[in-house]
Ligand binder design. Structure first.
Ligand code: 2AM
Ligand code: CA
Length: 263
């Protein structure tokens, strides 16, 4: 039997320690490599941070499975037992170029269900966390349930690439939405964007291409405060596969989905 209280205490202390190491690395020279293309960056800190978590998990919870973005975890095809889904640095481009707007993101599943979610805004030293059924918090402050908002009064997060020619969506589809909302923002880290939805700083977030480690923690946080998390067609996310993502406050999710996305 998993002692969830003890596990939660340990994860939080590991996250704070990893964050401290990342902040200290700002003074050191970074080793930057590219992955799938020249804009897909990875640094030695992404890799060292993932290894740090994996060593800790393996020694405290040897029977848990781990999916890590940088590939140091396990290979498996289905969720069973306890599964950790880890993005050691979400927003690596921001980490490299700005030294802000990036996060450590960890989602923990029990069988098929999201159980614990952590998003640590390393530079602001703000830890967003949630346990299924017990609400969501930023540090020690409980996050209130999300309230309904009209499309006209909403601020939505969206990368400019989805409204210019790209290979995943007709850029014209989102134009009416962009013209109707109060404002658009792009932070460049799905985890930060999802933490901002959970804490009410953003009303909706759309991305065409995210991986399980980008949304695992955020989904748990947002659902705890009553937000809705689906793909762009309104379907449930598959926790182990890449997909589009559409998250929004209750009410707003349905309105945007039916009026702006289903055309
Ligand atoms: P990353 O920094 O951990 O790679 C940037 O728009 C957001 O999308 C970040 O959360 C980034 O996560 C993620 N991202 C960037 N490239 C991606 C890809 N090829 N597949 C899935 N997610 C990606
Ligand atoms: Ca990453």
């Amino acid at each position: 039997m998993t002692n969830w209280v003890e596990l939660d205490r340990q994860v939080k202390s590991w996250i704070l320690e990893a964050g401290k190491r990342i902040r200290e690395s700002f003074h050191a020279e970074l080793n930057i490599k590219t992955k799938s293309n020249r804009n897909d960056l990875v640094t030695d800190m992404d890799e060292a941070t993932e290894r740090f978590f994996i060593e800790k998990i393996r020694s405290s919870f040897p029977d848990h499975q781990i999916l890590g973005e940088e590939g140091f975890g396990d290979e498996f095809k289905e969720l069973s037992g306890v599964t950790w889904i880890i993005d050691p640095i979400d927003g690596t481009m921001n980490f490299v170029h700005q030294q802000r707007n990036f996060a450590i993101s960890i989602g923990i599943y029990e069988e098929n269900a999201g159980k614990l979610g952590y998003i640590y805004d390393v530079v602001h030293d703000e830890l967003y966390h949630a346990q299924k059924g017990s609400g969501a918090y930023m540090d020690d402050v409980k996050l209130p349930s999300l309230q309904e908002v009209s499309v006209e009064d909403s601020v939505i997060a969206l990368n400019a690439q989805w409204v210019s020619s790209n290979k995943r969506i007709d850029p014209a589809l989102l134009t009416p939405l962009v013209q109707t909302v109060r404002g658009t923002r792009s932070y460049g880290s799905a985890a930060i964007e999802m933490a901002y939805i959970a804490s009410g700083r953003l009303d909706a977030y759309i991305s065409m291409r995210l991986a399980p480690w980008d949304f695992a923690a955020g989904k748990i946080l947002i659902e705890e405060v009553g937000g809705v998390v689906t793909d762009l067609e309104g379907k449930e996310l598959d926790p182990l596969h890449k997909s589009s993502l559409f998250v929004a406050k209750p009410g707003l999710h349905k309105t945007i989905l039916t009026k702006y996305l289903k055309r």
